[in-house]
Write a protein that binds this ligand. Structure first.
Ligand code: NI
Length: 393
């Protein structure tokens, strides 16, 4: 599974595993990645890479300027962990109670550090620049990507293309997946506060039952995807939270519904947001109640540009072989790499980490999540070849 070219990077591969384990032992939540940030910056500076810290609070940016002028390519790694108590019994188990790298961002960070090492050694031969973006807080909107972009990470030097990867427990170790077009959904949240008139359960005619209004609103909202959205356009409305009432014999005066929408298409996304408010407020009004809708825009859809994706697929063929370049499904999950892709063409691809034989099968965000580290050098090789090939033109 390890190709000859990966073998040539074996010394880097060992370091990448050590780095990943170090980060796994010391996970930090979004915008609190202080030790992580220092670890990254120290490493970049030791490699002689121009380093900027405090970008979007805890983000770090390294800039490798090649020996000759040319284009600029940005590589991104997210560096945050999750509020999960680790259940793995491994030597590199998290030492922070209730915090764990359960999504593989420790691996992403280690891969980008390994890539930094390889590229810094070869910088004299590079025609152009590489921006290494270590991004805080991917897991929790509004996330760190927007803030990094607002602070100029794509402007100086001006970035021509962006690439990022996510390790994937859905794909076997040794595989890579790159799919063009929308691959991850826009993920928004909404909040519906319904106000009626409370009172005695035995005197409903004197009340406006906010609980019943909430139930009608909920049913009406589910009709949106079923009856107003083209069945060929993926969309989800989920209402995951319902709160109303304090006792069985009291009609509640208030109810709260909270939910999330997932879409790929921008027009559909905006239309659903508008229709959720229209339907919720109209249904409530029809039942003599009021409803206040707060719509929170989350990450937009991750859309891979076609030419960049074909380019990444070609690189994957050279790294893991044609048979290990696999298909991936679209996912209704969200990811703020979307913001980088809104500003420049590029591709967000997956590197497989699943190993059934070793029991490394638990999914992302699970307390037993763990990866096959043989995937890490594959990530380094992908990033390295992407940069070298892209800058060669
Ligand atoms: Ni993740």
């Amino acid at each position: 599974m390890v190709s000859t070219s990966v073998a040539s990077l074996r010394n880097v591969a060992e370091q990448v595993v050590l780095d990943r384990r170090h980060l796994h032992v010391h996970p930090e939540l979004g915008f609190q990645e202080r030790q992580t940030s220092r670890f990254i910056a120290d490493r970049l500076r030791a490699l002689g890479i121009e380093t900027r810290t405090g970008i979007a609070e805890t983000g770090v940016v390294g800039i490798i300027r090649g020996g000759r002028p040319g284009k600029t390519v940005l590589l991104r790694a997210d560096i945050d962990a999750l509020p999960i108590e680790e259940e793995n019994d491994v030597p590199y188990r998290s030492t922070v109670p209730g915090v764990m790298h359960a999504c593989g961002h420790d691996g992403h960070t280690a891969i980008l550090l390994g890539t930094a090492q390889v590229l810094s050694e070869r910088r004299a031969n590079l025609r152009g620049n590489v921006v290494l973006a270590f991004q805080p807080c991917e897991e929790k909107p509004p996330g760190g990507a927007q803030a990094m972009i607002a602070q100029g990470v794509m402007d100086d030097p001006k970035v021509d293309a962006v690439f990022g990867l996510h390790l994937s427990q859905e794909l076997p170790v040794g595989t890579v997946a790159a799919r063009p077009g929308p691959i991850m959904a826009a993920a928004d949240m909404f909040r519906l506060e319904i106000a009626g008139k409370g009172g005695h359960a035995a005197r409903p005619h004197e009340c406006v039952d906010a609980g019943l209004v909430a139930a009608q609103v909920m049913v009406a909202l589910h009709a949106l995807v079923a009856r107003e959205v083209n069945p060929l356009d993926p969309a989800v409305i989920t209402i995951g939270m319902i709160q109303a009432g304090t006792a069985p014999n009291i009609i509640p005066d208030r109810a709260l519904l909270r939910g999330t929408t997932r879409t790929f298409d921008t027009e559909l996304r905006e239309r659903l947001a508008r229709r959720i408010e229209e339907v919720a407020t109209s249904v409530a009004a029809a039942m003599r109640a009021t409803c206040v809708c707060t719509y929170e825009w989350g990450y937009p859809s991750v859309v891979n540009e076609a030419v960049s994706t074909a380019f990444v697929a070609d690189i994957a063929r050279s790294v893991v072989g044609e048979a290990r370049l696999v298909e991936r499904d679209q996912s209704m999950g969200g990811e703020d790499f979307a913001y980088f892709l809104q500003r420049a063409p590029g591709c967000f691809f997956n590197v497989g980490t699943r190993n059934e034989d070793r029991g490394l099968v638990w999914g992302h965000h699970h307390p037993r999540f763990d990866i096959d580290e043989a995937a890490l050098p594959v990530g380094v090789e992908m990033f390295t070849r992407i940069v070298e090939s892209y800058l060669r033109g």
